[in-house]
Design a protein around this ligand. Structure first.
Ligand code: FRU
Length: 479
């Protein structure tokens, strides 16, 4: 109930209990989406990693399943991906679900050797219920690189080969294979970052058509630890370029970010989605404070599943992220009490903690939006002098970790805009903001001391608010 577990999201996946981090092995098979995840069943903080498991038919209603992969003598089971082996290339069986993951060996790490991360595989012939580890593990040995992990494998249609990306400390390595067991190194991808970003993690690569054209581009996604992201801590960026089956190249000069908020990390996309959509889920937290967030029996939620699309305009290529369309089918328009004033608008509703609020702003010279509750907590959103910002300094429980509010307000540099479209997706302990149909995203965790029930928008005289839509998300997950 609300009182006993005030921060358990209504419509974002959380494990029933204990610690979770990265999404792993995102794959679709026979009508179900599979979400595996970094999981430690003995504590609400990080520890020896397992792969937890959940399934969904619509990317929203998740049902948690028994643990899929347990640590073994080769190590903990770190992040990775899953594929469906339709041609039985590995010989495990027709349509075997094959997981490709990193073994992290704490014993080897203790000896001082750098070679404690290797890659292993396991397969399931019953849609992820039970798993068998491959006897020939590891399938890729460590070449002497300390951070060597998070394999993303996909089937390259053109080459009829498996291809793998691995995060290797400060670059990405590409491999290929005929059978998921024998891997051949192809190339490295590096980027001239000044200054260098934190450790490279959780890569992904896929091709997308540029909206409104026949042009196709490859998109490389990389998450970075340390103080890498625009607003502090861990964050995920993307590169748009070419991939010739061996090497990824880009003309891009600067980092572009998948999300400007503090709480979207390690996101990767699903394999084998039937309608060709490119769908990602991220871990809705930040290594800066993830192990100290004020939840009790469980820790961490996933972001909503989001669809990625590529567009191009005078800013260059932009990877748009929007919540998957399935969200619309569990959302319904509701009337919320509204008071219009000269300077803006006030909305009141007990449903705000479980809502989608969207509107358009014409001539946004400046505006300030405040989400508030009866405890005097506020979460601010606004736009001023070409900068979009959010601020959670006074959003409720914030003192569990000084890093949580260290870099408020969080900012997105936008420049001048003729209009701005905003969509806010508000759950009990998160706010996901999509700007201009997903050209920019901002994801923030918040821990208000009582549920949000007021939203106030104040704006400059010439600014107009249009097409305000208030919706309730009709979904309360069992966990
Ligand atoms: C990213 C990450 C991965 C690693 C996993 C360990 O958050 O550090 O690089 O595989 O978490 O849990």
């Amino acid at each position: 109930s609300l009182d006993s577990d005030p921060y358990r999201p209504n419509f974002h996946f959380t494990p029933k209990e204990k610690w979770m981090n990265d999404p792993n092995g995102l794959v679709y098979q026979n009508g179900q989406y599979h979400l595996f995840f970094q999981y430690y069943p003995d504590s609400t903080v990080w520890g020896p990693m397992h792969w937890g498991h959940a399934v969904s038919k619509d990317l929203l209603n998740w049902k948690e399943k028994p643990i899929a992969l347990y640590p073994d003598s080769l190590g903990y089971i770190f992040s990775g991906s899953a594929v469906i082996d339709k041609n039985n290339t590995a010989g495990f069986g027709q349509d075997a679900m094959v997981a490709i993951f990193t073994y992290h060996n704490p014993e080897i790490e203790k000896t001082g050797s750098e070679k404690f991360q290797t890659q292993g595989i396991a397969y399931s012939l019953d849609e992820g219920e039970t798993w068998t580890k491959y006897k020939g593990n590891p399938v890729i040995e460590n070449p002497g690189i300390r951070d060597f992990r998070d394999p993303k494998v996909f089937w390259n249609e053109d080459l009829e080969k498996w291809q793998m990306l691995l995060a290797a400390k400060d670059h990405i390595e590409f491999f290929e294979s005929e059978d998921l067991k024998d891997w051949k190194k192809l190339s490295d991808f590096r980027f001239n970052d000044q200054p260098e970003l934190g450790v490279w993690e959780c890569p992904d690569l896929f091709e997308l058509q540029v909206a409104g054209s026949n042009e196709k581009k490859w998109v490389l996604i990389v998450s970075h630890g340390g103080e890498s992201s625009p607003n502090g801590g861990s964050g995920t960026r993307y590169f748009v370029g070419e991939f010739d089956g061996k090497k990824f190249t880009t003309q891009q000069k600067e980092s572009q970010w998948l999300d400007f908020g503090t709480d979207n990390y390690a996101g990767v996309s699903f394999n084998n989605v039937p309608d060709g959509r490119r769908i990602v889920i991220g871990w809705m937290s930040n290594w800066n404070y993830a192990t100290t967030t004020p939840t009790k029996d469980w820790r961490s939620a996933m972001t909503l599943a989001r669809e990625l699309e590529l567009m191009k305009d005078d800013r260059g290529y932009i990877l748009k992220t929007t919540p998957v369309r399935e969200l619309a089918s569990v959302s319904k328009n509701i009337k919320m009490e509204q008071n219009t004033t000269e300077k803006g608008l006030e909305i009141k509703s007990e449903e705000l903690s479980n809502s989608i609020i969207s509107f358009e702003i014409d001539n946004p010279e400046g505006f300030n939006l405040v989400l508030a509750n009866d405890s005097g907590n506020t979460y601010e959103i606004g736009y001023k002098d070409g900068t979009f910002y959010t601020n959670r300094k006074n959003s409720g429980i914030v003192d569990f970790n000084e890093k949580f509010t260290e870099k408020e307000p969080q900012k997105i540099p936008l420049g001048d805009l003729e209009k701005m479209k905003l969509k806010l997706i508000i759950d009990k302990s998160s706010i996901e903001i999509f700007l201009n149909e997903g050209e920019y995203a901002m994801t923030n965790l918040v821990y208000p001391k009582s549920p949000w029930n007021t939203l106030k928008i104040e704006h400059d005289e010439n600014t107009k608010i249009k097409d305000l839509k208030t919706q309730k998300v009709n979904l309360i997950l069992a966990n």
